[in-house]
Write a protein that binds this ligand. Structure first.
Ligand code: HEM
Length: 141
């Protein structure tokens, strides 16, 4: 993961603005995802409240861990391996990333600066590359 200290800081700062509205954030994220990619809806359980909580707690864990990615790497890899059975393809990782960025932009308004956007994009790329790589390694091995 090639995030600078400044980028880690901007992600943690912007995320702290999301935390008080975390459930609303997750709801908006999934609404955007299911609107733009309706085929994804059926992969998820009907009852989305527990799913929203899991998403937020994972984001919290990752955002806290960004300063030392090596400490969270194996947990992220395990998450990637589980996502093979959830049918998460590389293309869908791209879609999820776009929805995440869009929802961040929506909730953060002017706080979502060009630098903040670039930092989140870099972090999401690293996160999803690690998950996809671990899933593919598991399938190959
Ligand atoms: C970096 C991106 C992603 C993160 C951080 C993430 C996070 C999570 C977490 C924490 C869970 C809870 C279950 C578990 O821990 O195994 C979960 C479940 C799930 N994820 Fe993801 N996810 C990501 C990308 C995706 C993508 C691209 C898809 C596309 C299909 C997807 C589909 C699902 C589904 C269907 C479930 C629910 C499975 C079930 O309960 O039956 N996720 N995700």
């Amino acid at each position: 993961m090639t995030l600078s200290t400044t980028q880690t800081q901007v992600i943690q700062d912007t995320f702290s603005r999301i935390v008080p509205r975390a459930d609303e954030f997750a709801e908006s994220f999934y609404a955007t995802l299911f609107q733009t990619h309706p085929e994804v809806r059926q992969l998820f359980p009907n009852e989305m409240a527990p799913q929203r909580e899991k998403l937020i707690s994972t984001l919290t864990f990752v955002v806290r861990g960004l300063g030392d990615f090596s400490r969270i790497q194996s947990a992220v890899e395990d998450l990637g391996v589980r996502h093979v059975s959830y049918k998460a393809s590389p293309a869908l990782y791209g879609a999820v990333g776009e929805c995440l960025i869009r929802t961040l932009a929506d909730f953060l308004g002017a706080h979502f600066t060009t630098d903040a956007r670039a930092a989140w994009q870099t972090a999401y790329k690293a996160l999803s590359d690690t998950m996809i790589g671990a899933g593919q390694a598991r399938m190959a091995g």
